[in-house]
Design a protein around this ligand. Structure first.
Ligand SMILES: [Zn+2]
Length: 78
């Protein structure tokens, strides 16, 4: 079985099951708890974005992920 490591928190994901305990987003693997954090940050951004485009969404997601990978975690904005 291949080992999957979360790109953000660098934890090994035990018994990885795609879309269940790890997620493949913007060519990165992220664990469930990081995904939860990401969703928390993403939701208010998505709600206020007008007009919504997928190009914008992809870019935002990617920027967010790259930043999180640099810090080792997703940071909830204050
Ligand atoms: Zn993680």
């Amino acid at each position: 079985m291949k080992t999957i490591v979360c790109d953000v928190c660098k934890r090994v994901i035990q018994q990885p099951e795609h879309e269940r305990n790890y997620f493949h987003i913007a060519r990165r693997d992220i664990c469930e708890s990081c995904k939860d954090q990401m969703d928390l940050i993403l939701k208010p951004v998505l709600r206020t974005k007008q007009p919504f485009t997928y190009a914008w969404f992809d870019q935002t997601l990617q920027d967010m992920l790259e930043k999180a990978i640099g810090r080792g975690k997703f940071e909830t904005p204050k």
